[in-house]
Design a binder for this molecule. Structure first.
Ligand SMILES: [Zn+2]
Ligand SMILES: [Zn+2]
Length: 597
């Protein structure tokens, strides 16, 4: 790619397009109040306070006007100015005035102010339009290629993301150096839409959310619940194989417990308010950890008992702003596939390696094969955000690094991404569209054992401190299943498909044979449905196709006579008639191999 196409150039191009858009909107609505308009990944937006809701026709009109303005050949000009001058220039723009006061009072970091430097106000001008802006921009509006520019949609956005402030109208757009790059990007958007788990979740009847029941809470319908059950069964089996035990613990705990654990002081903004039970305050749990600790404490543990690996599919509740909630991917209640490992310090690296191996095995089984690995450590300048002594943090980080090096895994260090009690390895998966998904996390913690005074009796007969590993492999069941829906665009591999085969009788006289075949399939543990509706065969096939059922088994006179089924795959491939026993063998093999069809 040429230098002109690099990310930095595209960022300037898109931010310049945002300015041009604001000019076009102000021409159309002279009374418009403009808020902020940054470049974002793959595009840009600008927030406006307008006299009426925008329509798609408005968007076309604004886009057309933007293309004219761009072609008008206006240079972008930078200038610094005093507070006095800025207040005067933006006298009729209240949102800008608020930004100006923010910058002048030294709270301007969010607008690109370099901390430690005196407040500096600057504007960019092109043609008649002036914006409070630090830039950078392209040199001239002409650089905005009309055939690479498109406005995408309109959304509501609170001023400064605050639900108590005015709701503004946000216009999203994108800008690329060429028509071809725009086309590729729009194709990708189309594909993302086709895979959207919220649409597919409805179409396949997997889950729902309910405003009246509370935002960000997932209701698993029978088919979605079945997928979850299959995943959980597989998860339990694989954990047992690796020496894990399974535990259950309560969803609420006394505030005092969360004070000892440190959550009350270091994690409060993610927790819901206490509830009063007989005058004692309880909290809904945001994590399962303190419960595992209490169970550890019920016995004297010897060095021979360790490691203890306790898995728990534990429901937790964490506060998320309503604006960021997103289907199954960003929720307020979710089930973590959690586990806590209590081990001796000399076992720590082996335990981490074991979790790494399990993580990659699980993710590959579910169809992910590209990963980014991050080592999340403390923010070196904000150590007060974390509990415990430096020494624990240093040992924990060293153990995580050693395990990564042992498995020769490349990783990136991410300062400031650690949890409050310890550093972590975070693994992200990539999907076909190059999007990253949060996956396993392995956290090493010297702090909870200290705070709860956990001990084990060593070979020397003395008390020693165990180390705690917190880990999830899939993350949250909600997010993981949401991710799988998008990964497979709803066409799950056979072992995960809620309905694996559907029997389609051509006429009423085939119903009895079909019922008998369905019984055979169920005996063979194949999940089967019968479409005995009055629909025509083509409609039944279309319906099964929409439900993304792997195998359609069509039955007419010939199949009844031969003891066969005509097998059609959801890929539209026609395998023709085969004896029922042969189909069962094929399906069972696909299920056992966890592969597609
Ligand atoms: Zn700007
Ligand atoms: Zn934990």
């Amino acid at each position: 790619m040429s230098e002109k196409h690099d990310d930095d150039y595209l960022h300037r191009l898109r931010h310049s397009a945002a300015h041009v858009m604001a000019q076009a909107v102000l021409e159309k609505f002279p009374e418009a109040k403009i808020a902020i308009g940054p470049a974002i990944e793959d595009g840009f937006y600008y927030d406006f306070d307008l006299p009426r809701p925008l329509t798609l026709e408005d968007l076309d009109e604004i886009e057309a006007r933007m293309k004219e303005i761009a072609a008008e050949d206006h240079p972008f000009e930078y200038r610094e100015l005093s507070g006095e001058e800025a207040r005067e220039l933006f006298a009729d723009q209240p949102y800008k005035l608020e930004l100006i006061e923010g910058i002048l009072s030294g709270g301007g970091d969010e607008y690109g102010q370099v901390s430690g430097e005196p407040p500096r106000l600057s504007i960019y001008r092109h043609g008649p339009f002036v914006d409070l802006c630090r830039g950078p921009h392209v040199a001239n509006t002409k650089e905005i290629n009309a055939s690479g520019l498109k406005l995408l949609n309109i959304a509501g956005a609170y001023w400064r993301g605050d639900e108590r402030r005015p709701m503004l109208q946000r216009i999203y757009g994108t800008a690329w150096a060429s028509a071809k790059e725009l086309r590729l990007y729009l194709d990708k958007l189309e594909e993302i839409k086709r895979r959207d788990h919220r649409t597919l979740g409805k179409q396949l009847d997997l889950y729902s959310t309910h405003e009246i029941g509370g935002a960000g809470l997932i209701y698993w319908h029978p088919k979605g619940a079945l997928i979850r059950e299959i995943i959980e069964d597989f998860w339990r089996k694989e954990h047992r194989k690796r020496g894990y035990d399974i535990v259950y613990s309560p969803h609420i705990g006394r505030v005092d417990l969360w004070k000892i654990s440190g959550h009350w002081d270091f994690y409060r903004e993610s927790m819901y308010s206490p509830m009063d039970i007989d005058g004692v305050e309880y909290l809904l749990r945001p994590m399962n950890c303190p419960f595992a600790v209490l169970m550890y404490q019920t016995q004297t543990r010897s060095y021979r008992d360790l490691p203890l690996r306790w898995g728990e599919l534990g429901a937790v509740y964490r506060y998320e702003r309503s604006g960021v909630l997103h289907g199954m991917l960003r929720v307020r209640g979710f089930t973590q596939d959690d586990a806590h490992i209590f081990c001796r310090p000399d076992q720590l690296v082996d335990e981490i390696v074991g979790v790494l191996d399990l993580s990659f095995f699980m993710l590959r089984t579910f169809g992910y094969d590209e990963f980014d690995v991050e080592l999340s450590v403390r923010d070196p300048v904000n150590k007060e955000k974390y509990i415990g002594e430096d020494s624990g943090w240093v040992s924990a980080e060293a153990a995580l690094k050693e395990a990564l090096q042992f498995r020769q895994i490349e990783y990136q260090v991410m300062p400031g991404e650690a949890k409050f009690y310890g550093p972590a390895i975070d693994i992200k998966m990539h999907d076909a569209l190059g999007r990253g998904w949060q996956g396993p996390t392995i956290q090493v913690d010297f702090n909870f054992p200290e705070r709860f005074d956990l001990t084990f009796v060593g070979e020397d007969g003395l008390e020693h401190r165990p180390v705690m590993v917190h880990r999830t492999v899939l993350g949250a069941m909600e997010r993981f299943v949401g991710g799988l829906i998008e990964l497979y665009a709803g066409a799950f591999p056979v072992w995960l498909s809620p309905v694996q085969a559907i029997l389609i009788p051509i006429a009423d006289r085939h119903h009895e044979y079909v019922r008998q075949v369905a019984g055979q399939l169920r005996q063979a543990e194949i999940r089967v449905e019968v479409d005995d509706s009055g629909d025509r065969m083509q409609a039944k096939i279309r319906n099964a196709q929409l439900q993304k059922i792997p195998y359609m088994l069509i039955v007419g006179d010939r199949e009844v006579e031969a003891g066969a089924v005509a097998v059609r795959l959801r890929t539209e491939e026609d395998l023709g008639a085969m004896p029922v026993a042969e189909f069962i063998e094929r399906a069972q093999k696909a299920i056992a191999d966890k592969r597609d069809l």
